[in-house]
Design a protein around this ligand. Structure first.
Ligand SMILES: Nc1ncnc2c1ncn2[C@@H]1O[C@H](COP(=O)(O)OP(=O)(O)O)[C@@H](O)[C@H]1O
Ligand SMILES: [Mg+2]
Length: 431
């Protein structure tokens, strides 16, 4: 639908405009200025560039006059393809589109060209954030619905009011400014995150070599290779060795998490019998259970199937969950290890009767460095990496890990694993 003295796509541009250098129907201008590109004037509200797409020069002229009075720069297009091209090329801050224009090669009805142009603008990542206003005699609801479906941000009904035009343009430009600033912050944050991760990886890697040699030296000392050591000296060195080993484990966790995040850690898949796995884990932790005064039970259902997974990594997942149950409780805990079959594979549970985890932390704790910070959480030396490691390992197997917990009652960590991870990536190997 067009108004004014229509001359169609071939019509002469309004006064004060000039054809764009690429020969397209788009033109750039600003009242009082020589015609120039969008870079000709500074950014901000004053310099905002607005694309007006309408095949009727009189309509364009009217809008240009009003927009120039408001201090904006303008660019025009007279048909669908040139509007799409102008938006991509000049990346205006706002588009004002007529609905009815020659469709050219856009392959739509001339009466809905504006919607198609809007769809193109919103599909292209370079222009997707540009707000689009339809200026047309939109008096039927179905056209408004189509405009919204096409991604339009606002409407101006012909004949439009100058003050309404100004208010809409200002508010949409403000919104775009805020969205652009937000996007820029997200981009910078991502960049910083990458720098931090790379730096951390480098430092951690550089720590490993000297620490390994410290450990070797402590071991030689303990073995008496540098002469006899007294009982007290032995205790002190053994303590230093334990702490150095803790540190090495932390370093290895950090490096492994980095590898898992980059999906560079290959899985070695082997068939695993769930009950045998839990029995093995409990056996390996028996001394620690005894030291902590904890009890562990295994509750296995017959339907738990043999499944394919990386056994070494999986045992470390259970090790982390058991260690958490032991260390994050102020009293000796009872741990229940359970397994049962599920349609997609096998479901493990590691449950304890410890202090529980506040609901607002139940997702957070699976992120790196996140720990429960409440006054009643016991103070233990920890890194906040264990559950991040568990989540990466389980998700790498195509599984899921989550926690159900009630404060004061205990926590139950559930691990759901597919019977067979996607083998295209990791061919299963025989035991
Ligand atoms: N079984 C549990 N009972 C209570 N709190 C837990 C339990 N497991 C984990 N948490 C909480 O989740 C946090 C994150 O655990 P984790 O990622 O293993 O790191 P870390 O154990 O090094 O602190 C812990 O610091 C603790 O606050
Ligand atoms: Mg832990």
């Amino acid at each position: 639908m067009t108004a004014g003295s229509g001359t169609g796509a071939g019509g002469t541009p309004p006064p004060g405009t000039s054809p764009s250098p690429d020969g397209s129907a788009a033109t750039v201008t600003r009242t009082g200025d020589a015609p120039g590109g969008p870079g000709a004037s500074a950014g901000g509200r004053e310099g905002a560039l607005i694309l007006v797409a309408d095949d009727v020069p009189a309509n364009v002229e009217l809008l240009f006059d009003q927009l120039h009075t408001l201090g904006y720069r303008t660019i025009s297009a007279r048909d669908g393809p040139s509007a799409v091209a102008a938006a991509a090329r000049h990346q205006p801050d706002l588009c004002i589109l007529d609905v009815s224009m020659p469709a050219g090669d856009l392959g739509c009805d001339d009466r809905s060209t504006g919607f198609e142009v809007c769809r193109h603008i919103k599909r292209d990542p370079r222009t997707a954030r540009i707000p689009v206003v339809f200026v047309t005699a939109l008096n039927d609801a179905s056209d408004r619905v189509k405009a919204i479906e096409a991604g339009g941000d606002d409407f101006l009904t012909k004949p439009h009011n100058r003050l309404v035009l100004g208010a809409r343009v200002r508010s949409l430009l403000k919104l775009k400014g805020a969205t652009d600033a937000l996007e820029e912050s997200v981009r910078k944050l991502r960049e910083l995150e990458k720098v931090r991760d790379d730096l951390l990886k480098m430092i951690v890697h550089d720590l490993k070599t000297p620490l390994t040699s410290v450990l070797a030296t402590l071991e030689l000392l303990l073995d008496g290779d540098f002469g006899p050591v007294s009982h007290t000296q032995h205790q002190v060195i053994a303590d230093a060795e334990t702490k150095a080993e803790d540190l090495l484990r932390l370093i290895e966790d950090l490096l492994e998490i980095a590898k898992l995040e980059e999906t560079a850690l290959p899985l070695t898949l082997v068939p695993i019998a769930p009950v045998a796995l839990l029995t093995e884990v409990v056996y390996e932790w028996a001394v620690r259970f005894q030291q902590a005064g904890a009890t562990a039970t295994i509750d296995a259902s017959d339907d738990a199937p043999v499944f394919q997974a990386d056994k070494g990594l999986l045992k470390r997942v259970f090790g982390n969950l058991i260690q958490n149950a032991l260390t994050h409780s102020p009293h000796a805990v009872t741990i229940r290890l359970a397994v049962r079959g599920e349609p997609m594979g096998v479901l493990f549970t590691v449950a304890d009767d410890g202090p529980g985890i506040p609901s607002e932390y139940q997702e957070l704790i699976f992120r790196k460095f996140e720990q429960v910070r409440t006054p009643n959480a016991p103070r233990v030396r920890s890194s906040g990496l264990g559950l991040a490691f568990c989540r990466l390992v389980i998700e790498r197997h195509g599984g899921r890990i989550w926690v159900k917990s009630t404060e004061g009652t205990g926590s139950a960590f559930h691990v759901l694993l597919p019977a067979q991870p996607r083998t295209a990536d990791y061919p299963a190997i025989s035991p």
